[in-house]
Write a protein that binds this ligand. Structure first.
Ligand SMILES: [Zn+2]
Length: 132
């Protein structure tokens, strides 16, 4: 891949990485290990009204927590993909399929700069039930 294209894709990945970390911080805090995030429990304002009891509020918090958990997981997975892609740029293996080591078509990388597989291997992965 030509260095100019790689530089553009690297910039796109870095921008996405910043966005993902910002989004993650709104629902989670950094975990014990690098790259790990822990979903934070929502702290709702204590509103004492007859229509909104403490029990209702607890149910709302649990519901909100489940939404956060799902959001945190998808953001964390995407952040890992982006981070790994940036690592591959650093080691000059970027743009190669992780399975068959053939170059990933530039159009695919432009659509998803974090793509780690070409179409063929990605299709095989989906068939195996992996989401990567
Ligand atoms: Zn492949």
């Amino acid at each position: 891949m030509d260095p100019k294209t790689t530089a553009l894709l690297k910039k796109a990945l870095e921008d996405e990485q910043i966005r993902l970390v910002t989004d993650l911080k709104s629902v989670a805090r950094p975990g014990a290990k690098p790259g790990e995030w822990e979903t934070t429990y929502p702290q709702f304002e204590a509103v004492e009204t007859s229509s909104h009891s403490a029990q209702d509020e607890e149910a709302d918090e649990v519901e909100e927590y489940e939404v956060r958990l799902a959001t945190e997981r998808s953001l964390e997975n995407r952040l890992l993909e982006v981070t790994h892609a940036l690592e591959r740029i650093g080691t000059d293996t970027y743009g190669m399929c992780l399975t068959c080591h053939k170059p990933i078509p530039p159009a695919r990388l432009q659509a998803n700069p974090a793509a780690a597989y070409d179409m063929e291997c990605s299709a095989t992965d989906i068939a195996r039930g992996s989401t990567a």
